[in-house]
Design a protein around this ligand. Structure first.
Ligand code: ZN
Length: 159
């Protein structure tokens, strides 16, 4: 089983350029990612142990295919964050609703959202673009393939 440090090292290896590719990152963590076509819109994603669908770690992530690709990327990063931070709490599975709420505590969900932002928008890459003169939220959101609201929150500017 990978330690927290092992997992974070794998994350760093996938942060050499923007956009960070979430599905290959998950794969390197031993987690397969599937897009589910027939979910209700208020369901974002799920991570569970699956003998049939799991990757090397035994876990699989399921993402609502109906959502916009930026949203799917955030959901994948959020479920990866649960795998990194909360593997011992996953049990039969964690299902996140549209607001990324699950049976885990709000504090754990907030933690997963913060790590998801760190995965998709690492400061060393963001600062490279900002220092290079790319300062607008919509341009940076486009480069990092995240929603403008996610980028606004990251940069601490009003959406
Ligand atoms: Zn969650």
């Amino acid at each position: 089983m990978l330690t927290y440090a092992d997992k974070m090292e794998i994350v760093r290896q996938h942060q050499s350029g923007a956009p960070v590719q979430t599905v290959p990152l998950a794969k390197d963590l031993g987690v397969n990612v599937y897009h589910v076509p027939d979910w209700p819109g208020d369901l974002s994603g799920k991570i569970m142990k699956s003998e049939k669908h799991g990757g090397k770690s035994g876990y699989a992530i399921y993402v609502n295919q109906a959502h916009h690709s930026n949203r799917r990327r955030f959901t994948t990063a959020h479920e990866i964050a649960h795998f990194i931070l909360h593997q011992d709490s996953i049990g039969d599975g964690i299902t996140d609703d549209g607001l990324y709420r699950s049976r885990l505590s709000n504090a754990m969900e907030a933690q997963a959202n913060r790590l998801a932002a760190d995965i998709l928008m690492p400061w060393h890459l963001l600062n490279k673009y900002i220092d290079g003169g790319t300062k607008s939220v919509d341009k940076l959101a486009g480069i990092f393939k995240v929603s403008e609201s996610a980028m606004s929150i990251r940069l601490g500017v009003p959406a």
